[in-house]
Design a protein around this ligand. Structure first.
Ligand code: PLP
Length: 257
């Protein structure tokens, strides 16, 4: 059986973070493992509080997994602090996993900062250069490389600028722009548009986590990058279509099998 490791934050409401990642791995027939970077007290409405996990425990979790189990692919989500990003980067340098999919989580849908502002430079300098693929949404790409992204041409320029930070490939998600959610994949050489149709629902909590985990699972299962991304887009589209109206806020998309 193929395996995947998520390095991310816990969402007590079960809609995003580690919980979404492990469900997506299972849905793809991949054995999931986790390194927890932070615990969030969260539901479909809000993030109430965040406790970062001590760096020695993050390092120990990484070593416990990699020293014993073959890891076919890694997904990185919420890193929370600069120190956590540095700790994760050092462990990845040591173990050199074949695939690293980076979802550069910054702010929750409710507006809570999941990456401290002073951690952006650690993300750029230490983590992005190790990414096989980075999956920013438009606001994240604006923080990373450009002030404003509005047009398809802006998206192309942003992909090139993010690749210049050292990521081997970039999937820039267009869902925050008006119209249909068309994503742009740059694999280091070519651009491919991954088109979608807007689904009108408020139940989109954890979509970014679920998409990046589905890509990670597909890579672990041996699919090419383009197939991994295209299949994951189909998967998240179905997951949003069948999202749950749980809670009073943004319902989850990650129960889909
Ligand atoms: N909480 C955690 C722990 C996460 O990793 C993420 C990931 O993006 C979120 C919350 C954000 O979820 P969303 O913005 O989809 O509500």
């Amino acid at each position: 059986m193929k395996t995947a490791l998520t390095i991310a934050g816990s969402d007590s409401g079960g809609g995003a973070g580690i919980q979404a990642d492990l469900k997506a791995f299972s849905a793809h027939g991949v054995y999931g493992m986790s390194v927890i970077t932070a615990v969030t007290a969260q539901n479909t409405q809000e993030v109430r509080s965040v406790q970062n996990i001590e760096n020695s425990i993050i390092k120990d979790q990484m070593e416990a997994v990699f020293d014993d189990i073959c890891v076919d692919a890694v997904k990185i989500g919420m890193l929370s602090s600069a120190k956590t990003a540095e700790t994760v980067a050092a462990s990845l340098q040591k173990y050199q996993p074949a695939f690293v999919v980076l979802d550069p989580v910054m702010v929750s849908k409710g507006g809570h900062h999941l990456l401290q502002l002073d951690a952006v430079s650690a993300l750029k300098e230490k983590i992005i250069p190790m990414a096989t693929l980075i999956t920013p949404n438009i606001p994240e790409a604006e923080v990373l490389v450009m002030d404003t992204i509005h047009t398809p041409e802006d998206m192309m320029a942003a992909c090139l600028a993010i690749a210049a930070l050292g990521a081997k490939a970039v999937l820039l998600k267009g869902g925050h722009l008006h119209g249909d959610p068309n994503d742009l994949l740059f694999d280091g050489e070519n651009f491919t548009w991954i088109t979608g149709t807007r689904i009108h629902t408020k139940n989109t909590h954890g979509t970014g986590c679920t998409l990046s985990s589905a890509i990670t699972a597909n890579l672990a299962n041996g699919a090419s990058l383009i197939d991994s991304v295209q299949e994951a887009k189909k998967y998240i589209t179905l997951a949003i279509t069948h999202s749950l109206n749980l809670g009073k806020g943004y319902g989850p998309t990650n129960h889909f099998y």
